[in-house]
Write a protein that binds this ligand. Structure first.
Ligand SMILES: [Zn+2]
Length: 153
């Protein structure tokens, strides 16, 4: 495993749309392992592939809430319902945070690292994080959606 460099806001790659993953090969497994290592090293709870310069539809998450870490490949968000506002931050926008409105509930449909499909019904912080990471795959950053001001730490 190896740490990858996290791209910072201003880098054009963060604004590009990521492509679907079709090969569940060794290279993908290495990328996933590296993304977890990079996320943990940065004390993050989620990291999307474009944040490490790879324009592929993949994100990893670990909320440290007793649930297993999530690997979501070619994710789709279904059945988004309601709204919740949460103060978000992002490893690609260091030191900044702000309130973002997200679905209160959603269903994540994706493939795991072995290419097996799965579905997770999510609410609260899990839904926030899934929505935030999924946005990265379409070149959207949380600051685009901040209600009011983008604050500094
Ligand atoms: Zn982010």
């Amino acid at each position: 495993m190896a740490l990858r460099q996290v791209l910072i806001d201003g880098d054009e790659t963060l604004r590009k749309k990521s492509r679907e993953i079709t090969n569940f090969d060794d290279r993908l497994q290495t990328l996933i392992d590296d993304m977890f290592e990079t996320m943990y090293a940065s004390n993050g709870i989620g990291l999307a592939a474009p944040q490490v310069g790879v324009l592929r539809r993949l994100f990893v998450m670990d909320l440290h809430d007793g649930n297993e870490p999530i690997v979501a490949i070619n994710p789709q968000i279904m059945d988004a319902k309601g709204t919740q506002t949460y103060q978000e931050c992002c490893l690609s926008i260091p030191g900044r945070y702000g309130d973002v409105e997200r679905p209160a509930e959603l269903v994540l449909r994706a493939y795991d690292r072995n290419g097996e499909p799965f579905e997770i019904k999510a609410s609260e912080l899990t839904a926030v994080c899934i929505s935030h990471e999924n946005d990265h795959l379409d070149g959207i950053l949380f600051k685009d959606k901040v209600k009011g001001e983008l604050l500094s730490q």
